[in-house]
Design a binder for this molecule. Structure first.
Ligand SMILES: Cc1cc2nc3c(=O)[nH]c(=O)nc-3n(C[C@H](O)[C@H](O)[C@H](O)COP(=O)(O)OP(=O)(O)OC[C@H]3O[C@@H](n4cnc5c(N)ncnc54)[C@H](O)[C@@H]3O)c2cc1C
Length: 510
C-alpha cells in the first residue's frame, strides 16, 4: 500500500528539505482559508476500505474539519479570548499556537477551550497540538542543557514558521504498544513503537504508527514523540520530530465513530449535531524522513518520562474543554425537560443543579491548575501537575454521570425515535406528529432535534468526544492515579496528623 505511494513520489520529494517543507504553506487567517489549505494535498487516507481523494468535502470527515475551522473563526470574533501576543515573532497569534509566558496565559487557554466546547459540542482537536508545542519548549531546552545539543533553537525556528502560517499541529504520542507487558525493545515487532530506522547527513527516518490521533488528517504538521518512559535499550525509540501531514511514506486510516454513517443520509436531524464532529486516525509512518532541522530528540531516552509527565500536566488540564460540552448537556437537558412539560418538577431542577455541580467541579480543578502554574528553566509556564491530574480524573467520571442525568430527563424517546425520513413520510409523518407532540407551544421538530443532540453526545458520534475521549484521552484513569500517588506526599500529611496528636516526628511540617 505504502510502497505504491513511494513509487509515485521521488526520492527528492521523500527527502524534502526543511525549507522546501515550509515553502508549501502560506499564512491562514480565516476559517475558509483553513479549509482551502486542506485541499489538493498528496495524502493517502482510507475510510471504509476506500481511498479518500477529497477529504474536505467528504460528509463524514467535514464536520471534524468544521470544528477546527471554528478555532480560526473564534480568533477573529473574540481576539482577546482566542489570540495572544507572541514575543517570538512580535505579532498577534492564534492562542492555540501561543507559548505560555504566564499563569494568565494558561487561564485564558482554559477559558477559550470551554468556549470552543460550547460552540462545537465536540472535540475541536487543537488542544493536543498546543500542549505539544508547550512541552517541547522546556524539554528541548533541558536536553540541550544536559547534552549540549541544539534542539531548542531548531524548535524555536520551527515554531516561528508555525505561528506565522497559523497551522494545525497533530500530537502523535500514543504508539500501538503491542503486548502491554513488554518494553519497546522486547516487542516481537519493533514497529509497535515508533523508532529510528536510518540516519543520513540530512536527517533521519522513522517507522511505526501513532494511534487515535485527534484531528490527524485535519492537521498540517504532525509531531511524533515517545509515549512512555524509556531505558537505554529503547534508545532508538527516543525520537521527537515534526513532519508535514503530506510527507511521503505516511498513511492515514480513519477511525469509525458510532453513528458516523448518519452523515451520509438525507436530512440533518438524525445526525444530532450535523455541523461539528471529532476525528481520530491511525497514522502509519513507513520510513518517513525528518530533516535534522525538525528533529528535537534523538536518543536522549532519559527525557522520555519527563516529556510524558509535562505533556500530561498541560494536556490533563486542557480537558476543561469538556465543561463546554457539559454546558451544552445541561442546556440540552433543561430544554428537553421544558419541551416535555416537566421543567417545573423539583427533581428536574435538582438534577440540573447536580449536573452543573459536576461540570463546575471539573472546571475548578482545571483552572486552578493553570492559576497554580510554575515557571520552568526554559521560561515557559507549566500547569500544576497534581491539580491537572485531578481535573483529568474528574473528567474520566463526571461526564458519564452528567450524561446519565441528561438521558434521565430526556425520556426513552431519545433512543426510540423514528428517522427523519419517517417524520417526512406521507402516511407515517402525520401519525408521528400527532403522537410525539410534547408541550403544545413547542414545535415537534425542536423536540426531536434536542433529543437527537442528547443521543449524539451520550450514545452517538460525539459521545466519542464527550465520553470515551474523556476516559482515555491524555491517559486512562490509572495513569492519573499513578501521578496523584507520586505527588500526594503522604509522609508530610502524616506528620501534620502526628504533630496534632502529639506524637514525636522526625521532620517538623511546614
Ligand atoms: C478519542 C481519543 C482521542 C485521542 N487522541 C490522542 C491524540 O491526539 N494523540 C495521542 O497521542 N493519543 C491520543 N489518544 C490516545 C490516548 O492517550 C490513549 O487511548 C490512552 O493513553 C490509553 O492508551 P490505549 O488506548 O493504548 O489503551 P491501553 O494502554 O491498552 O489501556 C487500556 C487499559 O489497560 C490498562 N493498562 C495498559 N497497560 C497496562 C499495563 N502494562 N499494566 C496494567 N494496566 C495496563 C490501562 O490502565 C487501561 O485501563 C486518544 C484516545 C482517544 C480515546
Amino acid at each position: 500500500m505504502n510502497q505504491m505511494v513511494d513509487i509515485n513520489r521521488s526520492k527528492i520529494e521523500r527527502e524534502e528539505t526543511a525549507q522546501a517543507r515550509w515553502s508549501r504553506f502560506k499564512p491562514i487567517t480565516t476559517g475558509d482559508e483553513y479549509l482551502e489549505s486542506l485541499r489538493g494535498r498528496q495524502i493517502t487516507c482510507y475510510l471504509f476500505g476506500e481511498s479518500v481523494a477529497n477529504p474536505v468535502d467528504h460528509p463524514i470527515v467535514r464536520p471534524s474539519m468544521n470544528a477546527l475551522k471554528a478555532t480560526y473563526e473564534l480568533a477573529t470574533e473574540d481576539p482577546e479570548l482566542a489570540t495572544a501576543w507572541s514575543p517570538l515573532i512580535d505579532a498577534q497569534v492564534n492562542r492555540f499556537l501561543h507559548i505560555v509566558t504566564s499563569p494568565n496565559d494558561l487561564v485564558m487557554k482554559n477559558k477559550m477551550q470551554r468556549r470552543m466546547g460550547q460552540i462545537t459540542g465536540t472535540c475541536f482537536q487543537r488542544c493536543a497540538g498546543l500542549d505539544t508545542i508547550s512541552v517541547l519548549h522546556s524539554i528541548t531546552y533541558d536536553i540541550d542543557a544536559k547534552h549540549g545539543t541544539a534542539y531548542h533553537t531548531r524548535y524555536l525556528e520551527w515554531l516561528k514558521n508555525a505561528q506565522r502560517n497559523n497551522i494545525i499541529v497533530g500530537a502523535g504520542m500514543t504508539d500501538p504498544k503491542g503486548d502491554r507487558s513488554k518494553r519497546p525493545h522486547e516487542q516481537a515487532d519493533p514497529d509497535m513503537f515508533m523508532h529510528v530506522t536510518r540516519r543520513t547527513k540530512e536527517g533521519l527516518y522513522v517507522r511505526g504508527a501513532k494511534a487515535h490521533m485527534t484531528g490527524g488528517l485535519n492537521s498540517h504538521w504532525i509531531c511524533v514523540m515517545p509515549t512512555m518512559n524509556l531505558g537505554e535499550k529503547d534508545k532508538e525509540f527516543a525520537v521527537i520530530g515534526v513532519v508535514p501531514a503530506d510527507a511521503a511514506g505516511m498513511t492515514f486510516i480513519y477511525g469509525r465513530q458510532s453513528c458516523d454513517t448518519r452523515a451520509l443520509e438525507k436530512g440533518s436531524i438524525d445526525q444530532g449535531n450535523a455541523k461539528f464532529g471529532g476525528q481520530e486516525t491511525l497514522v502509519v509512518f513507513d520510513d518517513v524522513f525528518i530533516p535534522w532541522e525538525h528533529v528535537f530528540m534523538d536518543g536522549e531516552y532519559e527525557f522520555a518520562q519527563e516529556l510524558v509527565t509535562r505533556f500530561t500536566a498541560y494536556h490533563r488540564a486542557s480537558y476543561v474543554c469538556k465543561t463546554g460540552l457539559g454546558d451544552v448537556m445541561v442546556g440540552a437537558a433543561a430544554a428537553i425537560a421544558e419541551y416535555n412539560g416537566a421543567d417545573g418538577a423539583s427533581h428536574i431542577k435538582d438534577k440540573l443543579v447536580e449536573m452543573t455541580h459536576l461540570n463546575e467541579t471539573i472546571f475548578s480543578s482545571g483552572i486552578a491548575s493553570s492559576h497554580e502554574s510554575k515557571k520552568l528553566a526554559s521560561g515557559i509556564f507549566m500547569n500544576d501537575a497534581m491539580l491537572a491530574n485531578v481535573c483529568k480524573h474528574n473528567v474520566t467520571r463526571f461526564p458519564y454521570e452528567i450524561s446519565r442525568l441528561a438521558q434521565d430527563l430526556a425520556g426513552g424517546l431519545m433512543v426510540t425515535l423514528p428517522s427523519q425520513s419517517d417524520f417526512e413520510h406521507d402516511v407515517a409523518g402525520p401519525m408521528l406528529a400527532k403522537y410525539f407532540k410534547g408541550k403544545e407551544e413547542i414545535p415537534l421538530e425542536s423536540r426531536v432535534r434536542m433529543l437527537r443532540l442528547i443521543e449524539n453526545m451520550t450514545l452517538g458520534r460525539n459521545a466519542v468526544g464527550y465520553l470515551t475521549e474523556s476516559m482515555h484521552g491524555a491517559g486512562s484513569p490509572q495513569a492519573q492515579r499513578i501521578q496523584i500517588l507520586r505527588g500526594m506526599d503522604v509522609e508530610r500529611k502524616k506528620n501534620y496528623a502526628k504533630k496534632l496528636a502529639d506524637i514525636p516526628i522526625a521532620v517538623v511540617p511546614k
